[in-house]
Design a protein around this ligand. Structure first.
Ligand code: NAG
Ligand code: NAG
Ligand code: NAG
Ligand code: NAG
Length: 438
């Protein structure tokens, strides 16, 4: 009897141990399988929080040989593994900030837009709040300069392209002006509308948007053309024109938008004003005409007329369409070729890339603060002389926002709780006492 009891006892112990082992194995497998629950408790995996929801699903991501956990769930604010927060510039809201700021949590700024969208960012005091950046500038951690350029193939593709003889014929048959202007946002910092008005005195410009409108859009585009900027119909429409006015709404280093890329892609020659460094990004040294190369709109008009009378000279601007190896700008090629060849969404690609760059920098403990170099915009200038505009509502806003930046920086570094009324009061006081801007 006792022997049987001992055997039974042993058997139970053995079964128990086996169960434990199997349980451990299953638990381990499950943990490996379900990365999230495993790594969240693993203090070697930094948590990165999208403060302005933008990052999509909660996820654990491998970046090279390091890992991070990305979330937009603000309850992770309390987690000791929280290492960085990412802000989307246009949604940066003073009334909704993670304050008091924790010294060991880095801030990252993703902002592809022009400063028009949030003028505070033109001031270094605001930029200094951030450690990592993805902006239009080539000097940011993830440059977004080419965000709106689909790719190398599109620059050379001829599906919309009209040859010069075809364009000459279209001008005659359809009574088209040589120059296209299409703009519906008329209140800009840089006098672009006045410039176009002046230019029109010397050369014909077809203007279809609500600014200086002088022509009706074709039927299919008449309603909401702004929603159709990427449509075949719109691109075909732009392609008919020999020249297209491409005036950005801000002057920032490397701030280049589809205003430049679209005419390049369809084979209309852009006449450009905006980023002073735009020539660094053209397919060839001669792919666009810079407004700043001309003293007066009259001189620009004279030059356009020269090109209208000389097809060979005009075609020098279309080398990316007409030559075998049409793109000679190595800097541009290098940047385009560093992106994966087939992208579901270029925007998504840059967002993911920024996430990984932040993750890697956090693992490396890299110490850095954003400066003006990563967001270098000049005060509103007039397109006529490329000089600062003294009297304009934009200039006033610009200077007022210098106070926002300065005061915000002060409040955050002194752990002040944000009070909107108080903030605006102090800001206006500083502005009136000229304490923010020289
Ligand atoms: C955020 O996380 C907390 C705790 O992990 C969880 O209870 C909550 O449901 C999450 N919220 C959302 C919106 O996912
Ligand atoms: C991040 O930026 C803040 C604000 O400029 C600065 O105080 C902090 O030292 C920076 N941290 C790192 C790790 O660079
Ligand atoms: C910003 O741009 C101006 C001219 O456009 C240049 O003189 C200045 O050095 C730039 N600043 C930085 C920090 O890159
Ligand atoms: C602000 O708070 C942080 C902790 O959240 C602390 O380390 C820092 O010293 C405080 N700064 C000031 C000026 O009180």
């Amino acid at each position: 009897m006792p022997r049987i009891k001992i055997r039974k006892f042993l058997l139970i112990i053995i079964i128990f141990v086996c169960c434990m082992i199997v349980f451990e194995i299953i638990k381990h497998l499950y943990d490996d399988f379900n990365d999230e629950s495993f790594y969240i408790t693993d203090s070697s995996v930094p948590i990165i929080l999208w403060w302005t929801p933008f990052g999509g699903e909660e996820k654990y991501t491998k970046c090279g040989n390091v890992k991070c956990y990305f979330t937009q769930n603000r309850s992770f604010m309390k987690n000791l593994n929280l290492k960085a927060m990412i802000f989307y510039g246009s949604n940066f809201d003073l009334n909704d900030l993670p304050i008091p700021r924790k010294p060991n949590v880095k801030w990252a700024l993703f902002h592809e837009e022009s400063p028009r969208n949030n003028l505070m960012f033109v001031h270094e005091e605001a930029l200094k709040l951030f450690n990592y950046s993805a902006t239009f500038s080539r000097f940011s951690d993830v440059p977004l300069t080419l965000l709106e350029l689909p790719g190398e193939d599109e620059l050379q593709d001829k599906s919309y392209f009209y040859s010069t003889p075809q364009k000459n014929l279209l001008m005659k048959q359809n009574n088209l002006a040589p120059v296209l202007f299409i703009q519906s946002n008329c209140d800009t910092m840089n006098d672009r509308d006045l410039y176009v008005t002046e230019l029109m005195k010397y050369i014909a410009v077809d203007s279809y948007g609500s600014c200086m409108n002088n022509k009706k859009l074709p039927d299919g585009l008449e309603q909401n053309y702004l929603d159709k900027l990427k449509s075949r119909e719109f691109l075909q429409f732009v392609a008919q024109y020999k020249f297209t006015l491409a005036f950005e709404n801000a002057n920032c280093d490397d701030y280049i938008t589809e205003k430049l890329w679209r005419p390049l892609i369809v084979g209309s020659v852009p006449i450009y004003y905006g980023s002073a460094s735009f020539k660094d990004w053209l397919p060839n040294d001669k792919s666009a005409i810079a407004v700043t190369d001309f003293k007066h709109p009259r001189d620009l008009a004279d030059y356009i007329k020269q090109l209208l009378h000389d097809d060979r000279k005009y075609e020098l601007y279309l080398r990316h369409k007409l030559s075998e190896n049409g793109i000679t700008n190595e800097h541009l090629l290098e940047n385009l070729r560093s992106r994966p060849q087939y992208l579901f969404s270029i925007f998504e690609y840059y967002v993911r890339r920024f996430e990984c760059v932040i993750c890697q920098k956090i693992h490396k403990n890299s110490v850095q603060t954003m400066t003006r170099k990563q967001y270098n915009c000049s005060k509103p200038k007039s397109i006529f002389n490329n000089k600062e505009k003294k009297e304009s509502s934009w200039t006033l806003m610009w200077e007022l926002e210098a106070c926002t930046a300065k005061l915000l920086n002060y409040w955050l570094s002194h752990n002040k709780t944000f009070n909107s009324n108080q903030f605006n009061k102090e800001k206006l006081q500083m502005y009136e006492n000229k304490k923010c801007y020289k």
